[in-house]
Design a binder for this molecule. Structure first.
Ligand code: DMJ
Length: 586
């Protein structure tokens, strides 16, 4: 049963069976040659530092991101709620620009996600393309090319810089250079691969994070000018260190330089080698020098989420068999140890299926909360074809949304109350809603999307944008709008209702990065020029064909939801009511 007595159980001591840390190959001069060239440049200008050390990413993120540029796009009528988010002048807060904002240097609500590099402008680029707004896309790209520099004395999180900035630059570059131009004319006059060069420049500045680490797992933060800060934290989270492969792999394959894919892949393998012998699970925070797990919690939310996502997405994009094998193994271990509740989503007795947080070594429950980040998982399940199970988990999160008009960062399913009550405009529930709609075409998911849209309008709309909810019960606002609101939340909502979007046309095959950036699933990403970074010489060239996925022993596949169910509730009403009762809705 999901209802367990007591609150948080103590974590188990480190078991003897912990696998030893891998000893990575050192980075060679060849691999780092481009880095030295770029990092050798003298310092120019400086940005105020964050003024504090941020916690490792296993903790619920309080990382704020201000909208740093305001570029109003032309928005179709049905999404007329959107432009306000772009109307914010550079650097102004979302709630009230004149409401006594602390200066950047003393405001503890500003940290190392920002980077002082026009984060929101960059993160939103492909949203403009997906909306078919070529004039604003072109204007925004030019603004990025003309004004953004990474030669800054800014200490940034490697993960956030990778998924939000590197990923967006690569996505926009792919859109600009696409011969088919499916979103309308997104070409840039006299484009000379500037965004790719910028992506390269940024990635080279992130490379020091992968040096001087005994495990090969990267440091969580680097200074873009000076490399890893001397007082750097040796602890990092699994998701932060192990979800770099999609962006780094694309960059390597576009440039024909294995460096980036090599370091990202080495980090994934190092983390993978540290999984528990007993359960096969990974923890959420690890020491990059000793390989010891500092956070032994294994779950699907903060600190872990995108690690699993990128095992599958790396495989989809690059076709490397080892990525799929790791994903299948991980998925199985998740089912075995994290999943609680009845066996089937839509039949049988018992509590609804839920994925809980357990001790990675024992599989025992560690606490009774789930976090809002975990709402991405049904979307990943859709991708692997486990639609039936996805329906159930999504329904649980939607019930929480219905109760609060938002998702609390952490929800305690035993206490039926938020443990951490803020909502920073996260996209995960919308993302899963969109992907479930694509898989089932059940109008229920349009209804969910409309419900979410209306809550966003009602509770988060502010004078100069959309604001983080400080407290989902009290509906108080915070002075921050995360960049993923435009890159993900708005994009997925738009796509949910835009049936004819080029993203949905069968001739175009796109995959979303973990930050919601579209990248085309393209032959050129399947052909690497190197084999030395891939496993066992023989295996290295082995690609799994997409139809081989069927052989995997999952309980369902994409066609599992039969047509006759399309206009029924995806989950039987008695099960829906059961979930509503569990979250205190009825
Ligand atoms: C995004 O930056 C990415 O989706 C990341 O993987 C985790 N979640 C945030 C948004 O919630």
């Amino acid at each position: 049963s999901l209802r367990v007595p007591g609150a948080v159980r103590a974590a188990a001591p480190l078991p003897a069976g912990l696998r030893p840390a891998v000893q990575p190959e050192p980075l060679t001069a060849r691999r780092l040659s481009s880095r030295s060239a770029l990092l050798g440049s003298p310092s120019r200008g400086s940005a105020p530092g964050p003024g504090r050390r941020s916690p490792p990413c296993g903790a619920p993120s309080r990382c704020p991101t201000r909208t740093s540029h305001g570029t109003p796009p032309l928005i179709p009528k049905r999404l007329a709620w959107l432009p306000i988010a772009w109307q914010r002048p550079a650097g102004l807060p979302a709630v009230a620009p004149d409401a006594g904002l602390l200066s950047y240097s003393s405001n503890l609500n500003i940290n190392d996600v920002l980077g002082n590099y026009s984060l929101t402008l960059i993160d939103a680029l492909d949203t403009l393309a997906v909306m078919g707004n070529s004039s604003e896309f072109q204007k925004a790209v030019k603004l990025v090319i003309d004004t953004v520099s990474f030669d800054k004395d800014s200490t940034v999180q490697v993960f956030e810089a990778t998924i939000r900035v590197l990923g967006s630059l690569l996505s926009a570059h792919i859109i600009i250079t696409d011969a088919k131009q499916p979103f309308g004319d997104m070409t840039i006059k006299d484009y000379d691969n500037e965004l790719l060069h910028m992506a390269h420049d940024l990635a080279v500045r992130l490379l020091p994070a992968f040096e001087n680490t005994k495990t090969g797992i990267p440091y969580p933060r680097v200074n873009l000018k000076k490399g890893v800060p001397p007082d750097s934290n040796n602890e990092t989270c699994t998701a932060g260190a192990g979800s770099l492969l999609v962006e780094f792999g694309i960059l390597s394959r576009l440039l024909g330089d294995s460096t980036f894919e090599w370091v990202a892949r080495r980090a994934v393998k190092a983390l993978w080698s540290l999984r528990s012998n007993n359960t096969g699970l990974l923890g959420n925070v690890v020491n990059i020098q000793t390989g010891h797990w500092v956070g032994k919690q294994s779950g699907l939310g903060a600190g872990s989420d995108s690690f699993y996502e990128y095992l599958l997405k790396s495989y989809i994009l690059f076709g490397e068999k080892e990525d799929l094998e790791m994903f299948i193994d991980a998925y199985q271990n998740i089912q075995n140890h994290l999943r609680r509740g009845r066996e089937a989503c839509n039949e049988g007795e018992g509590d609804p299926p839920l994925y809980v947080n357990v001790n990675m070594f024992t599989g025992q429950l560690m606490n009774t909360w789930i976090d809002s980040l975990q709402a991405f998982f049904p979307g990943l399940q859709v991708l692997i074809g486990d639609v039936e199970d996805a329906i159930c988990l999504h329904a649980f999160y939607y019930a929480i949304w219905k109760r609060y008009g938002a998702l609390p960062e952490r929800y305690n399913w035993q206490l039926q109350a938020p443990d951490v009550p803020f909502y920073p405009l996260r996209p995960e529930l919308v993302e899963s809603t969109y992907l479930l709609y694509q898989a089932t075409k059940n109008p229920f998911y349009l209804h969910v999307g409309m419900d979410i849209l209306q809550s966003l309008e009602k509770y988060t709309k502010a004078k100069c944008g959309y604001a983080t909810l400080h407290h989902v019960v009290e509906k108080t606002k915070e002075d921050r709008m995360e960049s993923f609101f435009l890159s993900e939340t708005c994009k997925y909502l738009y796509l949910l209702f835009d049936e004819d979007n080029p993203v949905h046309k069968s001739g175009n095959k796109y995959m979303f990065t973990t930050e919601g950036h579209i990248v085309s699933v393209d032959e050129r990403f399947r052909n690497s020029l190197w084999q030395d970074i891939l496993p066992g010489e023989e295996d290295s060239t082995e690609k799994v064909k997409p139809n081989e996925l069927k052989a995997v022993n999952f309980s369902s596949n994409c066609n599992r939801v039969p047509d006759e169910r399309r206009y029924l509730l995806p989950l039987k009403s008695n099960y829906m009511r059961q979930i509503d009762r569990m979250v205190g809705l009825i």
